[in-house]
Design a protein around this ligand. Structure first.
Ligand SMILES: [Ca+2]
Ligand SMILES: [Ca+2]
Ligand SMILES: [Ca+2]
Length: 289
């Protein structure tokens, strides 16, 4: 197996794109390119459901890892649910991130592909389910963080990403695109000091609708539940991108504990939800990226 994929493995090693330590937002609040607007409003159908803020987008040059110098970029985006979209005691429960590597040179795989190229589960999402739920990683889908980089001794490279925030209905395998953006960087020896450590960030572009590239990657996603590679069985798994909003609100864990103690309270919550929906305070959906 290792011998069969030798040439590709060699290239992959040379151009390794890493998901860097998630707690590495060492320079929080640094955005080195123009991001307008920031934050961006997020809609699902006609509902404004929150905002997405680009908290970090910067060059990450010459950091040392395992005794080797690396260069790359850092991007962090944070979704904040708007007050009043979900009822008090509830939160948006089914947010997921998807990232596509859309173009580049010396990337770990041939673009376009869903990130991570080396699959860590059978789902098309950027975070694994445990990562998505982790308060230090995906924060229930409200946080996207990536810090791709390569050793400065590697060949020059260039990479373009599209990241998208979705609501996902696992029962029907439908997902709604909420918002997204394009970003990326190139790494070369622009100062001619002999090290390919000089990073140039790509422009940041909001995506107000899902691109065909991302949609195709999602709808053709073919995986198995078999580790370590989760390779497919030749048939798309059936994920569909839909315009109808599939976002839903779920009681916070603390609220669930209260509800478990009293059916009367649960009835009250249901009653409030119905009344607010009928009054039109909750609207419906749009999709974008
Ligand atoms: Ca995945
Ligand atoms: Ca250099
Ligand atoms: Ca399949």
């Amino acid at each position: 197996m290792a011998t069969l994929c030798r040439p590709r493995c060699k290239m992959a090693m040379a151009v390794l794109v890493v998901l860097w330590g998630i707690s590495t937002s060492a320079r929080a609040g640094l955005v080195e390119v123009q991001v307008t607007p920031n934050p961006q409003e997020v809609f699902c159908g006609a509902d404004t459901i929150g905002t997405l803020s680009i908290e970090n987008y910067y060059r990450n040059e010459n950091f040392v890892r395992n005794g080797v110098n690396w260069s790359g970029a850092v991007l962090e985006a944070v979704f904040t649910e708007i007050d009043g979209y979900c009822l008090p005691g509830e939160h948006l429960a089914n947010l997921r991130w998807i990232q596509v590597v859309t173009a580049g040179t010396n990337t770990i795989g041939p673009p376009p592909y869903l990130d991570p190229f080396n699959r860590d589960d059978g789902l098309p999402f950027y975070w694994t389910e445990p990562e998505n739920a982790d308060p230090t990683d995906g924060k229930n889908g409200t946080r996207f963080f990536d810090a791709p980089a390569q050793a400065v001794a590697n060949p020059a490279n260039d990479i373009t990403f599209e990241a998208g925030l979705f609501c996902v209905d696992f029962a029907t395998m439908k997902m709604t695109f909420l918002t997204g953006f394009e970003w990326g960087y190139s790494r070369d020896d622009t100062d001619a000091d002999g090290f390919r450590d000089d990073v140039t960030l790509k422009a940041f572009t909001w995506l107000t609708a899902i691109t065909n590239t991302m949609k195709t990657q999602i709808e053709s996603w073919d995986a198995s539940n078999t580790p370590p590679n989760f390779l497919g069985d030749g048939t798309p798994d059936g994920w569909k991108v839909v315009d109808d909003c599939v976002c839903h609100c779920t009681p916070e864990p603390s609220t669930l504990a209260i509800l478990a103690g009293g059916p009367g309270l649960y009835g009250l919550v249901l009653c409030i939800r119905t009344r607010r929906r009928r009054s039109g305070q909750k609207i419906t959906e749009t999709s974008e990226q």
